[in-house]
Write a protein that binds this ligand. Structure first.
Ligand code: CP3
Length: 342
């Protein structure tokens, strides 16, 4: 098994930093677009055979160091009765805005509501024949709450912030339910064979430090505590959160994923070198010529420094309009480091 990712998560020495790409399975790949002509997004997620095909597409083409299960952070919301659609952004037909609406939601077991996520991971592991690690994932409670209250991607997630001021106890109650759901989702994925899990806190950055410490960080800490005994490394990704780096480093996760707004050298200093870092090439870099991709990727690798504990990645998901040649240039640039002992 290629163990670069797991070793880097644990800050053990590796021959070069591992590379995977957030949203590596997706629309920038012509073979993914072809798959989507045959089936809509939710059908791909719900059919393990198709989900595994989407996960394998990028690792067949590029020398990446992990495969990620094809799914979405919002699918587990189905277990709490949220009716979810994508066109292509997410739409929730029945968001919750009041304490009564929140209290009325009862979670069904994830093994009943989204069994296909675990099945896809097991099948993916079998198809990879143990060659690459499989990444499982879920949304962080605050980020899931942002969608559950807003009902979609909307206008900067004003609804969840309004609820925070109108009825903070209701927001806490919702976060509690989402924490249980997210933990169950990750444990199901780990039981199914995930080697590493990532918690996406895509919208934590809309909070100021005090609200982050009150509403977003504690549920993530509880999640990590409950998932840790399962024994796989945990990555916590919080983009657009430069103002929260010191706090986010206290999630208990093994790795903090940062976006391009926080230089990696600065992130290392501000986290005291206490956890590994993931990132953080700006996805827009890949819209430039391959030479520019190489130059910027080298700068990220240099900023990460020589001490163990860096996972090369973008600072956020790869853009659908990204040329294949850019991804090849990124992969080659990371491979250059192989000769250098780290
Ligand atoms: O390779 C992978 O990473 C694939 C698995 C994956 C998807 N979504 C597939 C997907 C993962 C890890 C996600 C995470 C996700 N989903 C996040 C966290 C990451 C981030 O971007 O901050 C969030 C916030 C979502 C919610 C979501 N799902 C949105 C906002 C959208 C629309 C985005 C867009 O770019 O249009 C989706 C849809 C979605 N999820 C697609 C894919 C491949 C596009 C669907 C399609 O094929 O039409």
């Amino acid at each position: 098994m290629n163990d670069r990712l797991v070793r880097a998560c644990r800050r053990e020495p590796v021959d070069r930093p591992p590379l995977w790409i957030m949203r590596q399975a997706g629309r920038y790949l012509p073979e993914y677009r072809a798959l989507r002509e045959r089936a809509d997004f939710l059908a791909v997620c719900r059919t393990p055979e198709l989900a595994v095909e989407a996960s394998l597409q990028p690792v067949r083409r590029f020398a990446l160091d992990a495969a990620i299960v094809f799914s979405d952070i919002l699918l587990p919301l189905g277990a709490l009765g949220f009716e979810l659609g994508f066109d292509p952004g997410p739409r929730i037909a029945n968001p919750v805005r009041t304490r009564a609406e929140i209290d009325a939601r009862r979670a069904r077991p994830v093994t009943e509501a989204i069994p296909f996520v675990g099945e896809a991971i097991t099948l993916l592991g079998r198809r990879l024949e143990g060659e690459l690690p499989v990444i499982g994932f879920c949304g962080a409670p605050f980020t899931l709450a942002a969608y559950a209250v807003e009902g979609g991607s909307g206008n900067g997630f004003g609804e969840v912030k309004a609820l925070r001021y109108r009825d903070p106890a209701a927001l806490h109650a919702l976060l509690e339910k989402l924490t249980g759901l997210a933990v169950d989702t990750l444990l199901m994925q780990i039981r199914a064979g995930a080697h590493v899990v990532q918690i996406f806190d895509s919208w934590a950055g809309i909070l100021g430090p005090e609200d982050y410490r009150t509403f977003a960080l504690p549920p993530v800490r509880r999640m990590v505590e409950r998932v840790r005994p399962a024994g796989v490394p945990v990555i916590y990704f919080a983009p657009a959160a430069s103002h929260l780096v010191e706090d986010a480093a206290k999630s208990g996760a093994d790795v903090l994923g940062v976006c391009w707004r926080t230089p990696l050298g600065e992130a290392r200093r501000r986290t005291g070198g206490l956890l590994a870092l993931q990132g953080n090439l700006d996805p827009h870099t890949l819209l430039g010529p391959p030479e520019r991709v190489r130059e910027r990727a080298r700068a990220v690798l240099d900023a990460a420094g020589d001490s163990p504990g860096h996972i090369m990645n973008l600072g956020h998901g790869i853009l659908p309009e990204t040329p294949i040649a850019s991804v090849e240039a990124l992969v080659e640039t990371v491979a250059e480091r192989e000769s250098k002992p780290v």
